[in-house]
Design a protein around this ligand. Structure first.
Ligand code: LMG
Ligand code: PMR
Length: 361
């Protein structure tokens, strides 16, 4: 099972204000400071493109696959007066590209490290593709990676999480507002819809049948959104099946629109330059990458926008089976998922069909 992680680790500086901006025209829509800010945004975009280009041309390959990192040491104050426990080991997928799931699990086990938090973050988004591509196992690439790869990884590692003695062990599967049709963003075409799962059930291999979960014509943007519905359903099914037995906290989240990551690397340049501005100034859903790297934040995921509560041990944030969201004016809050993304029967069927596809049933 191949899991291709799509988020490019980028460390480009975002303070390109001082150069190149003179070549950009002033926008009459804004006051000076806002237009300066937009210019700086565009400059940082062009720097990012250049860096990506450089990486491509120098042949530099990032093969870091996943990151294994650690949380701050946790203080178990409620149980054991301020006794500091060991740091938690966190595995985050999507730090870079290229991973084979079973091999990763083997390597991880060989390292004999406890697993305390698993964050399923990797994603492929192919909005411009007009033909499906496939994983080595023959699954359509975005659902194969975003859903099936993570499903297998989580199933294989659930025992490791179960055996951890860490006080707040977690399995986080990153969702997306775009898969949630009870939001404005989720109503931008094409909309997520898993239908009766006929495509998934026949293997998503695009040979004699569809590469889409609902059995329809291929659409890369929809495949991504469908895969995110599967992620959100999978998290809830994990909760129903494993919460009591394992004590693990299962959660999903909308991290905000991190509009400058490698997730958009397959989009056209025009989109990549305007989209962050659109999110920043119009929808106000934009979250800068630098804020989004807060793996250690204690927020139940890899991402902690400033407005979200950064609290380890906050009783609200250790609740399991929950989809977290945020907005600019409030802290993290539990979000209502769309009807499809909270459909219990569909969650069970996605689980069962996925088990068959990845060879677990
Ligand atoms: C889908 O369609 C395909 O269906 C799918 O198959 C796949 O290929 C996918 O992404 C790939 O695309 C895409 C289509 C959907 O969207 C677009 O093409 C438009 C993308 C828009 C995103 C960037 C817009 C940038 C515009 C703003 C620039 C920012 C400047 C900052 C400063 C702000 C100044 C005010 O499209 C749709 O579903 C609907 C199409 C509607 C297009 C409307 C575009 C206008 C956007 C603005 C709306 C807001 C309101 C204006 C308020 C102004 C307030 C000041
Ligand atoms: Mg969307 C409040 C409005 C809002 C929010 C929070 C998002 C988030 N978007 C919103 C609105 C709109 N978007 C509107 C009105 C449009 C039509 C112009 C629009 C369009 C749009 C496109 C074409 N939006 C997009 C795309 C993408 O290609 C992105 C996508 O679907 O990726 C799968 C995207 C996104 N909008 C978001 C977020 C968070 C995304 C990125 C998806 C993700 O990170 O999972």
């Amino acid at each position: 099972m191949a899991l291709q992680a799509a988020s490019l680790v980028s460390s480009v500086r975002k303070d390109g204000k001082s150069n190149a901006s003179s070549s950009l025209k002033e926008s009459s829509l804004f006051g000076a400071s806002l237009s300066d800010q937009i210019k700086a945004d565009l400059v940082s975009f062009s720097l990012r493109c250049k860096r990506e280009q450089r990486l491509r041309t120098t042949g530099a390959k990032i093969r870091a696959q996943t990151i294994v990192t650690s949380t701050p040491s946790v203080t178990r104050s409620t149980f054991d007066r301020k006794k500091t426990l060991r740091k938690g080991n966190v595995v985050v997928t999507g730090a870079s590209s290229g991973l084979s799931v079973r091999q990763f699990v083997d390597n991880f086990r060989r390292a004999e490290m406890p697993l305390d938090v698993l964050v399923c973050n990797a994603a492929i988004y192919q909005p411009m593709a007009n033909k499906p591509t496939f994983t080595a196992e023959g699954f359509e690439l975005s659902v194969g990676t975003n859903h099936l790869g993570h499903f297998l990884l989580s199933r294989l590692l659930i025992d490791d999480l179960k055996n951890s003695d860490y006080p707040s062990k977690r399995l986080i599967i990153v969702g997306s507002i775009t898969g949630n049709t009870n939001t404005l963003a989720g109503n931008v075409l094409p909309k997520a819809n898993l239908g009766d799962l006929r495509g998934l059930a026949s293997g998503l291999n695009g040979r004699n049948n569809s590469a889409m979960i609902d059995g329809g014509d291929f659409n890369g943007a929809k495949a991504y959104k469908d895969s995110k519905v599967c992620n959100m359903l999978t998290m809830q099914e994990f909760h129903r099946r494993f919460r009591e037995e394992t004590g693990i906290t299962f959660a999903s989240l909308y991290p905000g629109c991190i509009a400058t990551t490698g997730l958009f690397r397959e989009h056209i340049t025009l989109f990549r330059s305007l989209f962050p501005l659109f999110q920043k100034y119009i929808t106000k859903g934009y979250v800068p990458e630098a804020e989004a790297r807060g793996v250690n934040s204690g927020w139940p995921g890899p991402v902690r926008p400033k407005s979200a509560k950064p609290v380890v041990g906050d009783p609200n944030l250790t609740k399991s089976g929950v989809y977290w969201s945020w907005n600019k004016t409030s802290a993290s809050f539990e979000n209502q998922l769309s009807q499809e993304a909270s459909d219990v029967e569909k969650a069970r069927r996605v689980w069962e069909v996925s088990e068959k596809l990845v060879g677990l049933a």
